[in-house]
Ligand binder design. Structure first.
Ligand SMILES: Nc1nc2c(ncn2[C@@H]2O[C@H](COP(=O)(O)OP(=O)(O)OP(=O)(O)O)[C@@H](O)[C@H]2O)c(=O)[nH]1
Ligand SMILES: [Mg+2]
Length: 303
């Protein structure tokens, strides 16, 4: 390890749907966090590790999009995001070029103005805007915080991401790596599997149904002996009887689609064949039930 090796923790915060998870996945070169075009996709704090030989190690924290919580799950998500800002060496605030500074942005700025560590403004999705729009966004947001740096990127296409990494390293202290080079995430295979099924549900379903979904992995058996197939059983939890019907679909068509899309990606993750059985269960208003939330793994104590 080189003498000037740097290491530190970096949180990615911002409003829902601005591309936080996409950016983190792109930087580490693997899909760990699920993404979708629906807001409030990420529900937990997701840690990944980026290591560059002889240069340094960045531990990224992807967080749920900051929004006005409307239920206990929302409160948990806000806690998962907000609590990161006091535990890191650097904060990345991600915004979109077409974002007008709104009440939500002002709230985030207020929060970020309370931290001692440097805050960088990242303008994401520059592939969707011209230079003038990006410039206007920078001016508008610069009045809210005293940013250490401003970096425009496209998380989807990778534009600006090398510059971003170089800039991040400038702000990290010298120190040894926190994790060995092989470590990519703190998420277990079981957790990633559940999230893949939730992502495919988010992609397939519309309106309010996806927001009320959680995934429970009931069984996940590694192949043993001659059998080379993982046996996975999972339950899609929803909060209303009417949602259950929608998730199952006409003649089971919707759940079949979610199952096929999930299996394809879980097989890539596990690099093996998978036999996936999906069930659907209603847990009325689970998003406002402390006990159910904890059972489904949404626990503040984990942070
Ligand atoms: N065109 C374009 N789309 C992007 C870019 N980055 C992300 N997206 C899209 O924006 C949507 C939201 O991306 P996510 O990464 O899920 O956003 P997020 O900020 O993690 O959202 P939450 O988890 O809900 O807070 C997805 O449809 C992405 O494909 C980008 O650089 N360019
Ligand atoms: Mg996300």
């Amino acid at each position: 390890m080189s003498e000037n090796f740097k290491s530190g923790f970096v949180t990615i915060v911002g409003r829902p749907n601005v591309g936080k998870s996409t950016l983190m996945n792109h930087i580490i070169g693997q899909k760990i966090a699920i993404t979708s075009n629906k807001p409030q996709t990420t529900r937990n704090r997701i840690q990944t590790v980026y290591t560059e030989e002889n240069k340094g190690q960045i531990v990224f924290l992807d967080t749920p999009g900051m929004h006005q919580a409307k239920n206990k799950l929302g409160e948990y998500m806000m806690y998962a995001a907000k609590s990161t800002i006091n535990e890191v060496d650097l904060v990345l605030w991600l915004v979109e070029p077409d974002t007008k500074v709104g009440a939500g942005d002002k709230k985030i700025a207020e929060l970020l103005n309370t931290v001692d560590v440097p805050v960088m403004l990242i303008i994401n999705k520059i592939d969707m805007a011209d230079g003038a729009k990006v410039g206007e966004t920078i001016s508008a947001f610069s009045s809210l915080c005293d940013f250490a740096e401003v970096v425009p990127v496209s998380a989807l296409h990778g534009q600006g991401c090398d510059d971003l990494l170089d800039t991040i390293f400038k702000y990290l202290p010298e120190g040894p790596a926190f994790y060995d080079e092989e470590t990519v995430t703190n998420q277990t295979l079981r957790e990633i599997t559940a999230e893949i099924i939730r992502e495919k549900s988010l992609h397939a379903l519309n309106d309010e149904v996806p927001h009320g979904i959680a995934i429970e992995i009931d069984a996940m058996k590694e192949p043993s002996g001659k059998k080379k197939i993982w046996e996975i059983e999972a339950t899609i939890i929803c909060e209303k009887d009417s949602h259950k019907g929608i998730i199952i679909g006409k003649g089971g068509s919707m759940i079949k689609k979610i199952g096929t899309n999930s299996r394809y990606e879980i097989e890539k993750l596990l690099d093996a064949q998978v036999n996936l059985k999906l069930f659907v269960k209603v847990k009325k208003d689970w998003r406002d039930n402390e006990y159910q939330l904890k059972n489904l793994g949404y626990k503040k104590e984990d942070y």
